[in-house]
Design a protein around this ligand. Structure first.
Ligand code: FES
Ligand SMILES: [Fe+2]
Length: 430
């Protein structure tokens, strides 16, 4: 018998605001807060005069600026004096100044001037705007929101690759982070959601494989013939899904039987708590992090990493920029235009009918169409959802573990195997 999730559990799994169990878990891991390119005047001319942006992370409003030393500083958005909005602060190179009464904050958040106070006042020495450490990896600014010193940065290939071999981009989705993440640990969906009804000529791929996910060739041959991934996914749509617990998260293998002697195996990884890594081609991976902006908004950050040739980052950026509004990186398609749905295309070209050039919009429809926070009390999971079910149990375990031991460190527990997924049979998910 299928067990359904109860409402309180869905709330616990999805809420990320201050004081929530989800926020406590997320605060134990580095979070992406901006692309470095957002501070490039060629991308956003406003940053020429004032390299400062308002950002929102885990329901908290913040400002991020790059000081003249080139360091990114992140602090809470409402001035420690009387709460004015520092998104409109004056940029002074080594800090920012609140326009309401002139209090100045150094990059550390320390108040260094309160000019309306009497000469000799030491008030500002006792004032510190809450601030958070930042670091830059792979073209992304990350911040640490946890207590104490941050843990070592995750040792993933995408963060260690030379900058010539990685490219980062992001996009805004109007939904909760968990349903956005769950699409990436769902190895069954590409056979349907991203199905192309026709394959394109493998010799006509061009040199930009990034826009061709599921269009390029699968590794290996079938009876001397190369198969495009689109054919693998279309013709073999009952993958056997295996999930293994690792010291970073879970490894997923989707095995599709081609014939008695040949199988197609696609391996992906989920890095706890909100990252997945998927293959794009034989020499390229995508690492996608799902930042909870708040309960109902998510930024995905994708880092494309090449293990072969350097990337043509300009071309990759231009390709994505066509489908993106700046400065907020919202997609040009969405609920407002039915995600670009075209019934004729659905009949003749694609399974979904939302375009062939940008498969990202397929996932966007899948997760935004569920509603701002998916109501999991009415879903019915099947055996192809095994990774999703296991992941939810595991996230709940992490929440419980942290509540029982608030000073415990989840990254350490993960590395040591004390926060591992319990093996689970299909029956009785939640
Ligand atoms: S509110 Fe910012 S200086 Fe007064
Ligand atoms: Fe997808």
């Amino acid at each position: 018998m299928i067990q359904h999730m109860d409402k309180s559990r869905n709330e616990r799994l999805t809420r990320v605001g201050k004081g929530s169990a989800g926020s406590a878990v997320m605060r134990q891991f580095w979070q992406p807060v901006a692309l470095v390119e957002e501070f490039d005047p060629a991308v956003d001319p406003a940053t020429r005069d004032r390299p400062l942006k308002a950002v929102r992370v885990l329901g908290v409003d913040l400002v991020l600026f790059r000081d003249t030393a080139g360091q990114f500083a992140l602090m809470e958005r409402h001035c420690a004096h009387r709460g004015a909005d520092l998104a409109f602060a004056r940029f002074e190179g080594d800090g920012i100044r609140c326009p309401f009464h002139g209090w100045k904050y150094a990059s550390s958040g320390q108040c260094v001037e309160a000019p309306a106070e009497p000469t000799g006042s030491t008030l500002c020495q006792r004032i510190k705007q809450p601030s958070y450490p930042t670091t830059v990896r792979a073209g992304v600014v990350f911040a640490w929101f946890g207590a104490g010193a941050p843990p070592p940065f995750p040792a993933l290939d995408c963060y260690n690759a030379p900058s010539t071999h990685s490219f980062a981009f992001k996009g805004l989705w109007q939904c909760n982070w968990l349903q956005a993440f769950e699409v990436g640990i769902d190895p069954a969906h590409p056979s349907f959601l991203h199905r192309f009804l026709h394959d394109v000529d493998l010799d006509d791929m061009g040199n930009n494989a990034a826009g061709k996910q599921f269009r390029s060739a699968a590794a290996g041959e079938v009876a001397g013939e190369r198969w495009p991934m689109s054919r693998v996914m279309r013709e073999l749509c009952q993958p056997k899904i295996d999930v293994a617990s690792t010291n970073y998260g879970m490894q997923l293998s989707a095995t599709r039987d081609i014939d008695d002697s040949k199988k197609h195996v696609r391996t992906t990884h989920a890095v706890f708590p909100h990252t997945f890594i998927i293959p794009l081609s034989e020499t390229m991976t995508i690492t996608q992090i799902h930042l909870p902006i708040d309960d109902t908004h998510t930024y995905w950050y994708s880092i494309f990493t090449s293990t072969g040739e350097p990337l043509d980052k300009t071309a990759m950026r231009e390709q994505r920029a066509r489908f993106t509004n700046l400065p907020d990186y919202s997609p040009t398609s969405g609920r407002h235009n039915d995600w670009g749905f075209n019934a004729a295309e659905q009949q003749s070209r694609t399974y979904l009918g939302m375009g062939e050039d940008d498969i990202n919009v397929h996932d966007q429809w899948a997760v935004e169409g569920m509603g701002a926070i998916q109501d999991r009390t009415r879903e019915n999971l099947g055996s192809s959802d095994v990774a999703i079910a296991q992941y939810r149990r595991w996230l709940l375990d992490a929440m419980d573990q942290l509540e029982a031991n608030p000073t415990g460190l989840l990254p350490e527990a993960l590395a040591q195997g004390t926060l591992a997924m319990a093996p689970q049979t299909f029956d009785g998910f939640l």
